[in-house]
Design a protein around this ligand. Structure first.
Ligand code: GDG
Length: 473
């Protein structure tokens, strides 16, 4: 064990994730080059990877590509190939058509197909094999998210010398829902291959340990699970965060301030600028929030002269049926509301189905008076934290769903239940029109929370705990 192939040196720290931390740039002459992907997880783990001779095992994001391992910016990149059929069955199918809706409270209907499961099994095995080949003796391996829940056990079988951590970025569902899964036992055992299983919130860790008791009858004591072979698994919450200081600094730049002003001006200098930023996903409650905003205007509680909603919805999982339907529904709603409530050149809803550059996002966050985050269920929701981080003073307002993981920490937000449209309307209106001193009191506490708990702290907490798990052998 521990001998890597391909002439790569063994890694003492390995990240295993569905996607690699690099994107390919192709220039005019067709030469390709690699760029570190933007995003908090990658940026947070990069220093750890560099200082510990780290490797990252993941898929490049395109089907049918078998790339050799390479070094990028001090990290070993270990690509895992997926065929077109596997992208359909493992990724779009089992990961996003079965697990995603099931783990998000079945807000959409999960589909169970045996071919999808077979593909999930096969692809998880491939990830585990790559990790087993690259990891040095006694290395630390950190597996990420719902696409790879079988990897911990598969890896442990081949490499019992490793310290294995797993982090779930999405909610872990109540046992009543999880039990629907025909492969519930396999997934449970897959996760129990880890020494430490991390969740976004305590509720997730509790759902998991309860499930372990009910389904596997293993004794648990608080977050500690005892397996028949005497091994112990720890289940705990590690709320993920963002690079708070970077967001703040980027938003503080004079260019960003100028752009924020421009945006407000282009929107007709509204008194209240509401903002939503999401992947176009049915868990995010985009439809519900736009309906609430539309009703505030049609009820005469907000004036279309004063209030504008900007909704950035970036394209996501576009080949999955449920996502096509959602897009149609939202676009029909936006068209109807703008048609009924808008005036020439002044649509009340500015809807963008596109991915925004990072700087433009910072300007939008800075420009917005009310950030509207209304998921029906969300593991954490980083957008809420990013908005807070971009505030330059104790101003602005966050409307937040109690069903986002972030609600556990961001208690001073204007909290809503996205299923209660009347309450959502009231709170959105309150957030817009509240006295500055009330907003400041809330925002001061929110900012302190997000500055004190950034993503570096998240990674350090997880890795420290994983480090102190006793080796099983
Ligand atoms: C999963 C879980 C959990 C979005 N649009 C643009 C853009 N974004 C960036 C945001 C934010 C990220 O994407 C979205 O993160 P979220 O946390 O809001 O949601 P998911 O994508 O569903 O993430 C979630 C997360 O994993 C981490 O564990 O919080 O619960 O579902 O960073 O800023 N960025 C740019 N342009 C866009 O148009 N540049």
């Amino acid at each position: 064990s521990g001998t890597p192939n391909g002439g790569l040196s063994p890694a003492s720290f390995v990240v295993v994730a569905n996607r690699l931390p690099v994107d390919r740039d192709i220039d005019e002459d067709g030469n390709s080059d690699w760029r570190t992907s933007p995003g908090g997880l990658v940026t947070a783990l990069e220093p750890v990877l560099k200082s510990r001779a780290g490797a990252w095992v993941g898929w490049v994001g395109a089907p049918d590509e078998d790339l050799e391992p390479f070094t990028h910016d001090g990290m070993e990149i270990i690509p895992v190939p997926l065929s077109g059929v596997e992208v359909r069955d493992y990724y779009e199918g089992f990961s996003n058509g079965t697990l995603w809706p099931l783990y998000h409270d079945v807000v959409a209907h999960p589909e169970f197909h045996r071919e999808w499961w077979d593909s999930y099994l096969k692809v998880n095995r491939r990830f585990a094999d790559r990790a087993a080949e690259i990891a040095d003796d006694g290395a630390v391996v950190w597996i990420q998210d719902y696409q790879l829940q079988l990897v911990p056990q598969m890896l442990r079988e081949r490499r019992p010398d490793l310290k294995i951590g797993f982090f779930l970025h999405i909610p872990f569902p109540p046992t009543e829902l999880f039990q629907q899964l025909p492969w519930r036992r396999e997934i449970l055992e897959g996760l129990l291959g880890a020494d430490l299983v991390g969740f976004q919130i305590n509720g997730g860790a509790q759902n998991f340990t309860r499930l372990v008791r009910q389904l596997a009858h293993y004794p648990t004591q608080r977050g500690s699970i005892e397996l028949p072979d005497g091994r112990r698994v720890l289940a705990r919450a590690y709320p993920i965060s963002i690079q708070t200081q970077e967001f703040y600094d980027n938003a503080r730049l004079p260019e960003t301030a100028k752009r924020a002003e421009e945006i407000r001006h282009e929107l007709g200098d509204p008194k209240y600028l509401f903002l939503g930023v999401d992947r176009l996903d049915y868990t995010k409650g985009i439809y519900q929030r736009l309906r609430a905003f539309g009703e505030l205007i049609s009820d005469g509680l907000l004036d279309a002269e004063d209030a504008v909603f900007v909704q950035v919805a970036n394209p996501s999982r576009e080949r999955v049926e449920e996502y096509k339907r959602l897009r149609d529904d939202i676009e029909r709603l936006v068209g109807r509301l703008n048609g009924e409530l808008g005036q020439l050149g002044r649509p009340p809803i500015n809807y963008m189905h596109s991915f925004y550059p990072r700087d433009e996002m910072a300007a939008l966050y800075r420009a917005a008076d009310v950030m509207v985050v209304t998921p029906l269920r969300d593991g954490m929701n980083l957008v809420a934290k990013e908005y807070i981080a971009c505030r330059q003073a104790d101003d602005g307002a966050l409307v937040l769903s109690e069903f986002a993981g972030a609600a556990r920490e961001l208690r001073q937000a204007y909290m809503i239940n996205p299923y209660d449209i009347n309450q959502m309307k009231e709170r959105m209106l309150e957030a817009a029109t509240d006295a500055p001193r009330n907003k400041a009191r809330r925002m001061r506490i929110l900012r302190r929370q997000v500055f004190e708990h950034d993503i570096d702290r998240w990674a350090t907490n997880f890795l420290d705990d994983l480090g102190s798990c006793t080796r099983s052998r």
